[in-house]
Ligand binder design. Structure first.
Ligand SMILES: Nc1ncnc2c1ncn2[C@@H]1O[C@H](COP(=O)(O)OP(=O)(O)OP(=O)(O)O)[C@@H](O)[C@H]1O
Ligand SMILES: [Mg+2]
Length: 1045
């Protein structure tokens, strides 16, 4: 069974201590040192990672490294924290097991760095996307914020965590982070007011002073000089390698990313500034509260507190009991005590608020909160610490570390051994130190140190740190891990290393001497109610929130739980939480005390590996089995490796696993069958199985691909076949129609071809005959030119058409010529002639085809003044009697009613009237204004008779109508009609054409009737009276009609 792993290949020393041979404390140390010297800071004990702090940055956390460890088997590559993070993440994502990463080690061993490396690795390998990236960023950026407010330089670590932190990161089913929850454990708040020599206050104070702008400092009423603040230590204000100003920018940026609003950040800084101001307030016996302290004033301004209220709170203490209030004056020392208590409370409450605020930002959204999440918890808690002076805080911190050691023992040593026994696996017990006894000394509810402390705090009467120690000396004297000078245990009476005001505990990690001073006080953690009420009155939103108990409406006289009690409870909850998860251990070791790189102090490391129980850990691991799993999931996971178990095993799972391992020829010493689990001794065997499985999965994937491809091709083929049948059916159905269409198309194409041929033939013909056609045309046009008819519009002659094909053109040319000739003819007319022709035209409209006389009038010009009345002196008198210019003057016959004979009269027409005058004397016989004329009646025949018919009732009508005869009848009537139409009233004189009409003589109406006959006086018409009522006019036969113009 050859397994090639890089864990084993080219390894410096031994990568997994389980494989160390021989296993002694020295060889263990030697192996660690050897690896450390070669920059191999990580070593395994099975699945536990030992991490040595290199105190310098190593190029082993690059993105390439992340890729290298991603999705790789834990034992495949050389030991690395990324391998543990990858294992935990994959087991969370793929096997749905909640995980916790437990990072332990003493102060400065590299726990916080390790926790950040784990988080950044998980962030790098989990899903991506806008929302996921935002969550990741917020989770990662919560670290710089919390470190600024919760970390400080100590003698052991320049960036020591002064609070415990446990962060649950929640993931969805795909393994994408959704959010998280941070829990914090007891901030070391005493540091706010006092720091041991060589240590600093929390980073944020120094960062604020060196990193913020002048403007911000001014607003916060601060001075950049650290030396001006009592609460800040001077001797180590500057730490080499720590750039406070740059870190301040990082913190602000991180706060923004986490989601702090600008005003929230400002409020936080105001509180930090207020703490600094508080430290500078001084109290003197005589003028303690006279309001002149500048710092108090500025602090009150910063927090919006009325100065007098705070001054009073620093001067008096009010105690309420049973409805009674008693005020006592504080002395100077008490006032300082109150001041420091307020500073510590302000800062620690601000810190808790920050955690709550960050949790608000990173919490899983409501929509996602309903589904179950996978959780990875990362625990980074203050490490075990031993200082020169150890107080309540160290006691609490070390208690917490005891509990963590306990859980480690529980899960890795005791649990493991118990499991072997439970499962019936042959096992020789391994001895190890169980620190449960120390935990009991501290936390036992009856006589544990914390219980004693609480009892003392709550006891009535005088309670001091000394009375507390007395109590311990009595109750714990017999405990083998408790040492005190004055205990009943006489063996310490002469131990001068034990001062009288101290007690010593033998922790799992070493003996620690605790001074009891201020234990009672710190456990009570009381803030005078006057101070919390003063804070509640502040006009500052954040301060108000931090001191809810100061609300006078909610006065609670019950004592708040003590600090020790609270811590014990929260550690209890934490342990309970951790026990529900799959643990992953990182055990951090500090190689030297000098924070120096390349220095490996053997004694120090030996001490740590002893108290961490690492040797026992290896022994248990070596004696035991690297891997165990219930039979069902084991068979399910590896059943594909054997034909007998794949794809289904019908029998019990255990038998299936037996068949599987036998088939794979895994040596018998490599595994043991437990009652419900299979135990695999060596990691390499597990790796072998995993490798085989991976290979098999690839083969299976190939098989699935092969089958899928075959299926896909066949389905495609069947589909094609089916489609072909459908296509063929459709084709046959339409092929007939297609043929008909094709034939039609062919016919059309043939016809088109014939047309083209015909066109070609015609074009060829025309090409040949074009000249003769041109000649003929030329001849035609020349002939036409020579035989043009006259320009008279009445000339109807037109040359004969020479060729039949010119028939249309010949007729059109004749029409065009005639129109042109007429136009020419018209264009020569003068205005007078135009007027004459207009009259002629009107005459034609009135009489053409209505009166037989009309044709003979066509050729006669309308002269108008036949008598030359203007020139003739004979008519001078007549002329002057007229009202207007004479338009027509002629001699007419006036027909006598009595005998039908005519007598000559001068007929005059002006624009306004018709005048009849005596021919000889020129005397006016009758004058009729045109408006009195109703109509003119004429016959249809060739005669010149016409009757002027007057409107009844007019002045002219008195004498009756006139029956007249003229040779120029057509002209007279036309002019009369025109003048009537041109008159102002535009009243036309009607022309009635009829062979019988009535004439109104003076009294009677006489009918005038026209008959054709041969009158006595030759060719002229004659009138004859037939009776009283009838005049008959005989008209000669109608001559032939002359042509119309
Ligand atoms: N993996 C590492 N690579 C480089 N330097 C490291 C590494 N781990 C720790 N360090 C250095 O050691 C210092 C102390 O580490 P860290 O703050 O993680 O200790 P810690 O165990 O959290 O101590 P504490 O209990 O006091 O909080 C870090 O500031 C860093 O300089
Ligand atoms: Mg830390």
């Amino acid at each position: 069974m050859e397994v090639k792993t890089s864990l084993l290949d080219n390894m410096i020393g031994v990568g997994d201590m389980v494989l160390l041979e021989p296993l002694t404390e020295d060889s263990f140390l030697e192996n660690l040192k050897n690896r450390f010297d070669h920059n191999e800071i990580y070593t395994y004990i099975g699945s536990v990672v030992i991490s040595l702090n290199p105190y310098r940055s190593l190029p082993i956390y690059t993105p390439e490294k992340v890729e290298e460890y991603r999705n790789r088997n834990f034992y495949e590559l050389s030991p690395h924290i990324f391998a543990l993070a990858d294992e935990a993440y994959r087991s969370l994502r793929d096997q749905d097991k909640d995980q916790c990463i437990l990072i332990t080690g003493e102060s400065g061993a590299g726990k916080t760095e390790a926790s950040k490396l784990v988080m950044s690795y998980v962030a790098a390998v989990c899903g991506k996307g806008q929302e996921v990236n935002k969550v990741k960023e917020q989770l990662l950026q919560s670290n710089p914020v919390l470190e600024a407010f919760g970390n400080a330089k100590t003698v052991r670590n320049d960036n020591s965590s002064r609070f415990g932190k446990y962060m649950d990161i929640e993931f969805d089913f795909k393994g994408d982070p959704l959010g998280g929850v941070i829990s914090n454990y007891l901030l070391e708040k005493s540091r706010v007011v006092k720091q041991p020599r060589g240590e600093r206050n929390f980073h944020i104070f120094y960062q604020l002073l060196s990193g913020s702008s002048d403007d911000t400092l001014k607003k916060l009423k601060l001075d950049r000089d650290v030396g001006k603040y009592n609460y800040l230590s001077l001797d180590s204000a500057v730490v080499s390698g720590l750039d406070d100003a740059a870190n301040f920018r990082t913190v602000r940026n991180a706060m923004q990313i986490v989601g702090f609003m600008e005003d929230e950040m400002q409020s936080v800084l105001e509180l930090v500034a207020a703490v600094l101001k508080l430290g500078n307030i001084e109290f003197k016996p005589e003028s303690r509260c006279n309001g002149i302290d500048e710092n108090l004033k500025e602090m009150c301004e910063l927090l919006g507190i009325e100065q007098s209220v705070l001054e009073r709170a620093f001067s008096y203490r009010t105690v309420e009991a049973k409805m009674e209030k008693v005020s006592t004056t504080l002395n100077v020392a008490q006032a300082y005590y109150a001041r420091d208590a307020l500073a510590k409370n302000l800062y620690s409450r601000l810190f808790s608020w920050l955690i709550t605020r960050i949790n608000g930002s990173i919490k899983v959204s409501n929509a996602q909160a309903k589904t179950r999440h996978k959780v990875m918890g990362v625990l980074d808690i203050y490490g075990f610490e031993i200082f020169e002076d150890n107080s309540f805080e160290q006691f609490i911190i070390n208690y917490c570390n005891e509990k963590l050691q306990q859980i480690f023992i529980e899960l890795t040593l005791r649990e493991e051994q118990e499991e072997y026994i439970r499962e019936g696996i042959e096992w020789t017990n391994i001895e190890y130190f169980n620190n449960a006894i120390i935990c009991d000394l501290i936390e036992n509810n009856k006589n544990g140190i914390l219980a004693m402390l609480d009892e003392e705090c709550l006891r009535p009467g005088t309670v001091t740190d000394e009375t507390f120690l007395d109590k311990l000396n009595t109750v714990c004297a017999e405990h083998q891990h408790f040492e005190s000078r004055l205990s009943k245990n006489s063996k310490f009476l002469t131990d001068h290393s034990l001062p009288h005001n101290c007690f010593r505990i033998q922790h799992y990690a070493g003996k620690v001497l605790y001074g009891v001073e201020s234990f009672v006080d710190k456990n009570n953690d009381l803030l005078y109610r006057d101070l919390s009420q003063a804070m509640y009155k502040a006009n500052h939103s954040l301060i108000k929130q931090l001191f809810p108990e100061g609300n006078p409406a909610k006065v609670n006289l019950k004592r708040p739980p003590t600090a020790g009690f609270q811590f014990k409870a929260s550690v209890g909850t934490l342990m309970g939480n951790l026990q529900t998860k799959n643990p992953n251990y990182i055990r951090c070791i500090k190689p030297n005390d000098k924070k120096a790189s390349h220095v490996f102090t053997e004694s120090l490391v030996r001490h740590q590996l002893r108290y961490l129980g690492l040797m026992e850990n290896v022994r248990v691991r070596r004696a035991g089995y690297a891997f165990r799993q219930p039979y069902e999931p084991c068979l399910e996971r590896y059943k594909m490796l054997c034909k007998k178990t794949w794809p289904h095993w019908r029998g019990p799972a255990r038998e299936g696993v037996e068949v599987l391992l036998t088939d794979l020829q895994v040596p018998a010493e490599e595994f043991s069958y437990g009652r419900s689990k299979i135990f695999i001794r060596n990691p390499r065997t597990l790796f072998f199985l995993e490798e085989k499985r991976k290979q098999c999965l690839e083969d299976l994937a190939t098989l699935i691909q092969k089958i899928y491809r075959g299926w896909k091709c066949r389905s495609h083929f069947l589909l094609l076949k089916k489609s072909q049948i459908v296509v063929a059916a459709w084709y046959r159905r339409y092929s007939v129609r297609l043929l008909a269409c094709a034939r039609k198309l062919l016919r059309e194409l043939k016809y088109q071809k014939r047309c083209e041929e015909a066109a070609t033939t015609i074009a060829a013909y025309w090409h040949v005959n074009l000249k003769s056609v041109c000649d003929q045309m030329q001849k035609y046009f020349v002939g036409l030119k020579n035989n043009m008819p006259s320009m008279s519009p009445v000339d109807k002659s037109w040359p004969a058409r020479p060729y039949l094909f010119l028939d249309g053109a010949h007729a059109a040319l004749r029409r065009i010529f005639h129109l042109w000739r007429c136009k020419k003819y018209r264009s020569q007319f003068t205005e007078e002639k135009k007027a004459v022709y207009e009259e002629k035209l009107e005459a034609s409209e009135l009489f053409k085809d209505k009166k037989a006389l009309y044709p003979s009038s066509v050729s006669q010009p309308f002269k108008g003044d036949y008598l030359e009345i203007n020139k003739n002196p004979k008519f001078q008198k007549l002329n002057s009697a007229l009202d207007d210019k004479v338009l027509l003057a002629d001699v007419v016959s006036k027909i006598n009613r009595a005998n039908g004979k005519g007598s000559a009269r001068i007929f005059l027409l002006t624009k306004k009237s018709v005048v009849l005058a005596d021919q000889k004397t020129g005397q006016v016989k009758a004058s009729v204004v045109l408006s009195d004329l109703a109509s003119v009646s004429v016959s249809t025949q060739t005669d010149g008779f016409f009757a002027l018919r007057l409107k009844e009732g007019t002045a002219s009508a008195v004498k009756g109508d006139f029956l007249l005869s003229s040779e120029h009848l057509i002209e007279i009537i036309t002019k009369l009609h025109r003048v009537g139409a041109a008159n102002a009233d535009k009243e036309k004189i009607n022309v009635d054409i009829s062979d019988e009409f009535l004439v109104q003589f003076k009294h009677d109406k006489v009918c005038v009737k026209f008959i054709q006959g041969s009158p006595k006086n030759g060719n002229n018409a004659s009138c004859k009276r037939k009776n009283n009522r009838l005049l008959e006019v005989s008209v000669p036969n109608t001559p032939s009609t002359p042509s119309t113009p």
